[in-house]
Design a protein. Structure first.
Length: 168
């Protein structure tokens, strides 16, 4: 059984079936069928074709790398733009919400002030005193039954008069 040489996968015939450890194998001259010079020319042609192939692969990889890199840069730029717009919109929303909150606070303060002023005015007006002054000093009195005119058909509190009120 021929042993395997660890490396490129070339088979090298050996006398022993298995060799362990670090050993250097002696080259068997019987294996080579062609002169060394021919191998050199074949390997240089092979090297030239592999160099051309490597150049083609490198150029393809370079253009692919360039396209991929440009695409990555564009994706990062677009993502950064949308993140910037998102943060800007969120800050605008926060600013508007704070403004609305300030307006609501101002509205509540004005409403409280208005209610207090109304209560103060209503507290300062004494309806009994107004009634007494109107009846005693100004000669006003409650209406009699013939001074009151009832109008039918009026559902609202508001009545518009176009003609004279009919007499009884």
């Amino acid at each position: 059984m021929a042993g395997r040489h660890k490396g490129r996968g070339h088979r090298v015939p050996q006398k022993n079936a298995y060799i362990s450890g670090n050993t250097v194998l002696k080259e068997d001259r019987k294996i080579r069928s062609t002169p060394r010079r021919t191998d050199f020319h074949k390997s240089s042609k092979k090297a030239d074709s592999s160099a051309v192939y490597n150049k083609d692969v490198a150029a393809a990889a370079s253009s692919g790398f360039s396209f991929g890199f440009c695409f990555l840069i564009a994706a990062v730029a677009v993502t950064a733009y949308f993140c910037y717009r998102y943060v800007k919109l969120r800050s605008e929303i926060t600013r508007v919400q704070k403004h609305i909150s300030r307006l609501e606070n101002s509205y509540n303060e004005l409403k409280t002030s208005n209610d207090e002023m109304y209560d103060r005015i209503m507290g300062a007006v004494d309806l009994e005193e107004i009634k007494r002054i109107a009846m005693s000093e100004l000669g006003m009195k409650y209406p009699d039954g013939d001074h009151v005119v009832h109008i039918s058909g009026a559902d609202d509190d508001y009545v518009r008069q176009y003609d004279k009120i009919p007499e009884r």
